[in-house]
Design a protein around this ligand. Structure first.
Ligand code: PMP
Ligand code: GLN
Length: 384
């Protein structure tokens, strides 16, 4: 019997494609977003201790109470927010599962969800798999700001959800208070839900604040906000994240969560709960990553790239027009990996309709040695 695909247009993600190409050619992998440095030994010790202490059976369905309490304490300390750990926080298998579950919770067949173009790759397939429709609103060129009039024009009687990613991967832009107010006005007027992917909440640079939907009372009442310990604690392979949402939304989210994963890996939750209690572990992140951003930037500029401003995330967008104007971004990323031994991510796969720009994305979540090695290889571009 032929299987009718739910995602006929989906292939292998560009992250997997480029990481495999990097491996096959021994390239320095600045493509897929993951750190190449070690996880804090205290966090590793915590995970080992939790396993040795016998914390190896199912955690509570919404997540280990101690971890949910630690998250609530952090939200209070960090943003002055009062969040109920029992009714408003759910621990998930990475941000990816939180995003998918929130999307599946809100959308019914034939509903519409607004996403931005470019957008992170997991949103549209999750929308499509519900039998719903993703409506893409282009971010403004060249600064990737949101055009709220275009968002308003895209809303129809079927619209249920707007998905925002702040800081944005791949655009590296961040939302302002004015953006959140504009979002809130539209959401209130049309009674829409918001899904806010804030996995890079601590990776905001140049003393800009992170404006979370959770800190905006009107948005908080209608938002699912999603986070990832993979980003915050340099452990993308642990796949632990969480979703914060008001009790009524959380209750519905957990109905799906309990049948998607039921609960998330127990010893890691013990370790993360203890680690989160030390504020230094996340307070140091903006400075730590800003220094890496600037280090990579100097190498890229020396190699002949023109850089776009990077306000947040651990990615740097670079225009390669001065290097190989003859290549489109897929061909350029392939050429750079194979010929110069540095892998990047082309931008067009994040778009339904890519603009005519020559942009690739570099990940700077790497040791200073890795960045220096990449810089040495890229220096050859300037000699061409
Ligand atoms: N959202 C964005 C914007 C991301 O960049 C990523 C991963 N890089 C995720 C979600 C997924 O997070 P996780 O690995 O915790 O599933
Ligand atoms: N989010 C990571 C990135 O943007 C990749 C995650 C994945 O490979 N699915 O590079």
């Amino acid at each position: 019997m032929p299987l009718r695909s739910k995602l006929p247009d989906v292939g292998t993600t560009i992250f997997t494609v480029m990481s495999q190409l990097a491996q096959a050619h021994g390239a320095i992998n600045l493509s897929q977003g993951f750190p190449d440095f070690a996880v804090d030994p205290a966090l590793l010790a915590g995970a080992n201790e939790a396993m040795a202490a016998g914390h190896n059976q199912y955690a509570a369905m919404p997540g280990l109470p101690a971890l949910r309490q630690a998250i609530a304490a952090k939200l209070l300390a960090c943003q002055g927010l009062v969040v109920d750990p029992n009714r408003e926080i759910t621990i998930t298998a990475g941000a990816t599962q939180a995003l998918y579950t929130a999307i599946a919770t809100v959308l019914h067949a034939s509903d519409e969800a607004i996403v931005f173009d470019p957008c992170y790759d997991s949103y549209v397939p999750a929308i499509t798999a519900q039998g719903a429709r993703a409506v893409r609103v282009p971010l403004r060129q060249p600064d990737f700001a949101v055009d709220w009039e275009a968002v308003a024009a895209a809303i129809t009687p079927r619209t249920r959800l707007i998905i925002v990613n702040n800081p944005n991967n791949p655009a590296t832009s961040v939302l302002t208070v004015d953006d959140l107010n504009a979002l809130s006005r539209l959401a209130e007027r049309h009674d829409l839900m918001i899904l806010a992917d804030e996995v890079y909440e601590h990776l905001v640079f140049d003393d800009r604040p992170h404006h979370s939907v959770l800190a905006h009372p009107a948005l908080r009442a209608r938002s699912f906000a999603v986070y990832s310990f993979g980003k915050t604690f340099h452990a993308t392979g642990w796949k632990v994240g969480y979703c914060v949402a008001p009790p009524a939304l959380t209750e519905e989210l957990r109905k799906l969560h309990q049948f998607l994963v039921f609960s998330v890996n127990t010893p890691m939750q013990h370790a993360l709960a203890a680690h989160l209690a030390n504020a230094q572990h996340w307070q140091a992140l903006p400075g730590f990553y800003q220094a890496k951003r600037d280090r990579l930037a100097s190498h890229l500029i020396a190699a002949g790239f023109a850089l776009l401003p990077c306000h947040g995330s651990y990615f740097q967008l670079a225009d390669y027009s001065a290097i190989r104007p003859d290549l489109n971004d897929l061909a350029f990323a392939h050429w750079l990996t194979v010929t110069h031994g540095v892998a990047t991510i082309p931008l067009s796969p994040f778009y339904a309709e890519p603009p005519q720009r020559r942009l690739v994305r570099f990940c700077f979540a790497k040791t200073d040695e890795t960045l220096a090695q990449a810089g040495a290889r890229l220096a050859a571009l300037a000699q061409r």
